[in-house]
Design a protein around this ligand. Sequence first.
Ligand code: ADP
Ligand code: MG
Length: 396
Amino acid sequence: MAFTKKTVRDADVDGKRVLMRVDFNVPLKDGVVTDDTRVRAAIPTIQYLKEHNAKVILMSHLGRPDGTGFQPELSLRPAAEKLAELTGYEVKFVEDTYGEKAAEAVAALEPGDILVLENVRFDKREKKNDPEIAKTLASYGDVFVLDAFGTAHRAQGSVVGPAAYLPAYAGFLLEKEVDTLTGIFADPERPFVAIVGGSKVSSKIGVLDHLIDSADTLIIGGGMAYTFFLAKGYTVGSSLKEEDWVERAGDMLKKAEDKGVKILLPVDNVVADHFGEDAEGEIVDSDKIPDDRMGMDIGPKTRELYAEAIKGAKTVFWNGPMGVFEMDQFAAGTEAVCRAVADSDCTSIIGGGDSVAAVNKFGLADKMSWISTGGGASMELVEGKALPGVEALLDA
Ligand code: ADP
Ligand code: MG
């Protein structure tokens, strides 16, 4: 077990006011929640608290408000309604966060009640982690619970603030996320195959660096592969490349070799003459990319090679698509890797916003062991960083 903080199981919540930061940052269209994944993910802790007779006060941000007051299109009301619909519980909502109305709604709660406060980011002091905000929020609770994994990497008022005034515990989602994503470094079942793709080496350098410390095999794809090609002395035509990162990419290859970590790079690629929906793909080997072509996806030989490596894995961590999967003609590489992970008996852990979108696009989400609900937060954990929200909780 990699989780070292106290959880709601350790808290006395019977009849208590439990202030809980959740991640209800859901996509909305015309006031309707279009993807309820994050609301669903918070339910186990909410259910536990209700069943243990707590007065449950939920708070979250949604989107990027100006921080100058109420904005109807970013209200948390639709998320509160979604929670009611999914659980069958009565869910109260108050159109206020830091004012008298919110305090009154909290004071009126009975054990087992659930109240959702309005968007914490309607006041710009939230993002500045203003102590006044933290004090006001803390006054609503006897106990603080953090279950918002998706914002646990942000030291903001509602995430870390109340922990200064109240005993602070982790919710079940936070516990599971941290446990899973740090577990791959603690004691993964081997072979451990890490797959990293996406657009840039620069944004994934920390992830690559830390994964090399733990993985047996590191599979590289996506736009970042071309910077690795440059490090190997290939030319890459007009592919995405980061000249300033070629040296670091080379160091990474060297580090892997020294540690006995096998690195797989694409052996062939789907290339196009421009980046666009109407671009047509053709297949070329990695050392033969023409000057006027750009790499858009891994090629068919690479798909097989990667699928074979994934097949033998006991643990897989995957972050970053293998190609420009948003365009169907360049989605085959990402789909092949996704299917190989889904078909394997391994423990499969998926992190990163676009990678999760890809898994959903191919309809393979229920074949994965764990799909992280936090993009940025999951990347920070995989980089080996501590999350401020987690740090602020009581030690177990
Ligand atoms: P994640 O959100 O899963 O961490 P990233 O944000 O790092 O993933 O990368 C996702 C993006 O990388 C996608 O938008 C995809 O189109 C892009 N991408 C993948 N392969 C290439 C490529 N060969 N050239 C340009 N962009 C690419
Ligand atoms: Mg992304």
